[in-house]
Design a protein around this ligand. Structure first.
Ligand code: UDP
Length: 161
């Protein structure tokens, strides 16, 4: 891509995608990353870490009133996770389509949850549900300088603008 050609803002949308503890434990890190890579999305940030329960409470603060909230935060901090930021056209909406429904039982084959899990409390991956929440989640998990700016070599073979 010529340096002078500007990437349209819509092709720079970002989503926060995280492989949950069972995705890591079940050896599915590569599988999840592969699907976003092969779709054409660009990885701009990634960590491998075990988060604290307090951090998970912040991540899921909107679910505070739910009965499953304490167990969810405990589970999510019980083992390593892979938080990531993926960039590209419609990545928030399309990322959710690629993940499948919250309940894996409602998820079609071909989606990550449809293909690799069966229980809502072990649904393998997290994905932001709106651009606003994506921005909040990215800020919770990554510092500004942990998000990498670079040109993907495949850009012109993925986009026509
Ligand atoms: N969850 C759960 N029990 C439920 C509903 C949700 O354990 O009855 C968990 C599930 O892992 C889900 C997470 O809480 O991914 C967050 O719920 P949300 O409704 O935000 O779903 P998501 O956006 O992750 O699809």
């Amino acid at each position: 891509r010529a340096m002078s050609t500007k990437v349209p803002e819509r092709n720079k949308e970002r989503s926060f995608i995280m492989i949950k503890p069972n995705g890591v434990q079940r050896g599915l890190i590569g599988e999840v990353i592969k699907r976003f890579e092969q779709k054409g999305y660009k990885l701009v940030a990634m960590k491998f870490m075990q988060a604290s329960e307090e951090h998970m409470q912040k991540h899921y603060t909107h679910l505070q009133s739910k009965a499953f909230y304490p167990g969810l935060c405990k589970y999510m901090s019980s083992s390593p996770v892979v938080p990531m930021v993926w960039e590209g056209l419609d990545v928030v909406r399309t990322g959710r389509v690629m993940l499948g429904e919250t309940n894996p039982g409602d998820s079609l084959p071909g989606t990550i949850r449809g293909d690799f899990c069966l229980h809502v409390g072990r649904n393998l991956v997290h994905g932001s549900d709106s651009i606003e929440n994506a921005n909040k989640e990215i800020a919770l998990w990554f510092r500004e300088d942990e998000i990498v700016t670079y040109t993907a070599g495949q850009y012109d073979w993925v986009y026509d603008d």
